[in-house]
Design a binder for this molecule. Structure first.
Ligand code: BGP
Length: 488
């Protein structure tokens, strides 16, 4: 007998910049993803610009724009997020397919620059507001509860380029105005919200790119402003509609020490603090953990934090903890010869686990471990709002798509959630990542597919955008209909 409650929120998730497309339609302004090319598992996505002499150039994430240069869309590159999988024109069809699978909840995000093209406007673009309103109405028609991420990696490019982005305290106010617009316009249509997607990414993946004190200074400052923005948005959201449930969203990578060397045990513990607890503690408990001082001191970080900020953090704690879960990593202080390759994977290879084609370790026990540890830490309702396997799909001659590997991945993770429920975790929802194929965030590829629904679109931007049902579509439909009982 499975342990999912009768109102368990089964569903799927996407993000505006990876699903919607329509990047320059109806007044939308650009975001960083619109000047970002596609990459592969081994080659990074590039950010494109024109320098002050008119020469074309590229950067990788975290690199600074040269003096006088401007971000630009260049004709010699393909930008996969421009059209993505055209959810902008297919949302009715997509939501109907989610309804057919029996979704109770659909997680999506609102593109900030579709409402506020530069981020600085006082009033939103009406076409953008209506687009999402119509989408929410469509979900309601299909008995699907929206779960709305307010920020999913898409600060308006103007704010990034001209105003210092999240290193400028004023961005807090721009974000809160955006969030307030969402809470006001969609009152009654939306009850469940997340402020910042994978907020901890800023610190978690930093060491993969660079290790300078300046980089840490910027990362912790950026995070502090986002914490304050989140806390203020939570208060505004509650004031506008007290029934709103607002959550944090953490990139949940479980981590284990690679050996029993006490140095590895401590390094692993410190890794949990820096990468996972740092953000969750502030957003759930309303204050920085005791270890925060150690983390700042390690890099000589001095933050702009006011007394008023600390008050806001206390008043704006979240109602629920949500996280993405794809994999676990091994942490060690020893030199290792067998490192895991692939984007976003860190550390040594775990000989007990299997790895995906993108180097991500499939580890359902890591999900159970994470759920039990986090619930015990915060005692707040939890949702797993991303989980899935990025994999290659083959379309057969008759159009069918057989994806048993995806079904196998989901089965073991749903079983792990069931165990955590049995052990007392208040897990209330599950939205699989990329329930319909979308552009990969990490690599910009289309061929890294997660969906139950296939989209005919390739890495070069060729395809009809037609949707079709994979085998996993019918399987997940059965899982939801049986409330997690029938995983066969
Ligand atoms: C998370 C993001 C998503 C999503 C997912 C899968 O980091 O919140 O936006 O894309 O990871 O990652 P990828 O697309 O790189 O496979």
């Amino acid at each position: 007998m499975a342990h999912f409650s009768k109102d368990f929120l089964w569903g799927g998730a996407v993000a505006a910049n990876q699903w919607e497309g329509g990047w320059n339609l109806d007044g939308r302004g650009p975001a960083m993803t619109d000047v970002t090319t596609g990459g592969t598992v081994n080659t990074p996505r590039l950010i494109t610009y024109i320098d002050k002499d008119g020469n074309h150039g590229t950067l990788t994430r975290g690199q600074k724009l040269p003096e006088g240069a401007k971000y630009a869309v260049l004709p010699e590159y393909h930008y996969p997020n421009h059209d993505a999988v055209d959810g902008y024109h297919h949302y009715k069809e997509d939501i109907a397919l989610f309804g057919e699978m029996g979704f109770k909840q659909f997680r999506m995000s609102i593109s900030w620059s579709r409402l506020f093209p530069t981020g600085l406007e006082e009033e939103p673009v009406q076409a953008g507001v209506e687009f999402y309103r119509d989408m929410f109405k469509e979900m309601r028609k299909n008995n699907i509860e929206p779960l709305v991420t307010i920020w999913h990696f898409d600060t308006p490019l103007y704010l990034e380029e001209h105003c210092g982005g999240w290193l400028n305290r004023e961005t807090i106010d721009h974000f809160v105005r955006f969030a307030k617009t969402c809470f006001t316009e969609y009152k009654g249509l939306v009850h469940n919200w997340l402020t910042f997607n994978e907020i901890n990414n800023t610190i978690m993946f930093l060491s993969l790119r660079e290790n300078s004190d300046e980089a840490y200074q910027n990362a912790y400052q950026h995070l502090h402003y986002q914490f304050v923005a989140s806390a203020k948005a939570v208060q505004v959201g509650h004031a506008i509609d007290p029934t709103n449930q607002i959550g944090c969203m953490i990139c949940g990578i479980a981590r284990y020490p690679a050996t029993c060397d006490p140095k590895d045990i401590l390094a692993n513990r410190h890794g949990w603090e820096q990468n996972i607890f740092y953000c969750g503690d502030v957003q759930c408990k309303g204050e920085y953990g005791t270890y925060a001082k150690r983390l700042w001191n390690e890099h000589g970080v001095k933050l702009d934090i006011t007394e008023e900020d600390l008050e806001e953090l206390k008043k704006g704690t979240v109602d629920m903890y949500t996280f993405s879960y794809y994999m676990s990593n091994l942490i060690t202080t020893h030199k290792v010869s067998d490192m895991v390759g692939g984007n976003f994977s860190l550390g040594a290879r775990n000989e007990y686990l299997q790895y995906s084609d993108w180097g991500w370790a499939t580890d359902p026990i890591g999900l159970q471990y994470y759920l039990e540890m986090i619930y015990d830490r915060y005692h707040k309702p939890i949702m797993v709002v991303e989980n899935g396997l990025g994999a290659y799909d083959t379309v057969e001659e008759d159009g069918s798509i057989h994806d048993p590997f995806r079904i196998d991945y989901y089965r073991v993770h749903i079983e792990a959630m069931d165990k955590a429920l049995e052990n007392g975790v208040d897990l209330i929802g599950y939205t699989t990542w990329g329930c319909i194929d979308v552009v990969s965030a990490g690599t910009g590829e289309m061929r890294k597919r997660y969906g139950f629904i296939y989209v005919d679109m390739d890495d070069e931007g060729k395809g009809s955008m037609a949707r079709s049902r994979k085998d996993s579509f019918f399987w997940y439909k059965k899982v939801i209909a049986s409330n997690g009982e029938d995983l066969a």
